[in-house]
Write a protein that binds this ligand. Structure first.
Ligand SMILES: *Cc1c(COP(=O)(O)O)cnc(C)c1O
Length: 235
């Protein structure tokens, strides 16, 4: 059985190889370990290997893991990567280092107001609907500039970049197209005076494609922890 350490090394190796193949600077892509549905003990094990950035999708599960791991794993940087419902935004604002899934102004405003004063501003990414599916969360590409301009004004948030979850498909060209669109939107914003340094895209199955397209953060669950059991959701 592969140990957690060897799975972690394998993923780091994939990230490093893809970064080099893309002609990008070593270390320019950060690995976020996505722990949804896995118990806190798994996260602690990976933390002890040396991983520091962790992602969670469900507020309830995030809060429970945060509270359990705050003492033994004080250096964790938590990335919230799931939908933020208004009535739970405070729990996220009080705990996360990053929120990747801001897709409307109302949520951004709540997070800014609720960010406790002693903490540094909350790093946020705007989630963009790059696949154009009506059912998907994320702001549509045509509305990104307007949202970015509004979020930039919020005092307790730092707008860092864009995030996307492409439509599930095996079609590599289609995936590459969606990743390239996110990169282009980020570059457009930077030409308009933003200084966005983050592109959060790529998961276990497609991190190489995402890195080739400019990802600076990849969000990986399955390749680190194994196949998820969704009956553990919201543990
Ligand atoms: C679950 C999840 C991931 C990780 O997906 P894997 O395929 O398990 O690597 C990444 N990003 C988001 C938003 C997720 O919900």
């Amino acid at each position: 059985m592969a140990t957690m350490f060897s799975a972690w090394q394998d993923v780091l190796h994939r990230v490093a190889t893809a970064t080099q193949t893309a002609g990008r600077k070593a270390g320019s892509v950060q690995l976020i370990a996505v722990g949804k549905t896995y118990p806190a003990a798994c996260i602690r094990e990976l933390y002890e290997c040396g991983q520091r950035n962790f992602g969670e999708n469900y507020v309830q599960e995030f809060v429970e893991k945060y509270d359990e791991l705050e003492q033994p794993c004080p250096e964790i940087i938590w990335h919230f990567i799931g939908p933020v419902q208004s009535n739970k935004s405070r729990w996220v604002a009080e705990r996360a280092g990053w929120v990747h899934t801001v897709d409307r102004l109302k949520i951004a405003e709540r997070l800014s107001i609720q960010r406790p004063e002693p903490m540094p501003p909350l790093n946020v990414c705007l989630q963009v609907n790059v696949s154009g599916e009506a059912s998907k969360s994320g702001v549509f590409p045509a509305a990104v500039v307007e949202l970015a301009c509004a979020v930039r004004e919020l005092p307790r948030l730092t707008l860092r970049g864009l995030m996307a979850i492409p439509a599930p498909t095996q079609d590599k060209e289609e995936l590459a197209r969606q990743f390239a669109l996110l990169c282009q939107l980020r570059d457009d914003l930077n030409r308009q005076g933003f200084a966005l340094d983050t592109l959060s895209m790529g998961m276990s199955a497609d991190l190489e494609l995402a890195i080739a397209a400019g990802a600076t953060q990849v969000r990986v669950g399955t390749a680190l922890f194994g196949v998820r059991d969704y009956s553990n959701k919201g543990l």
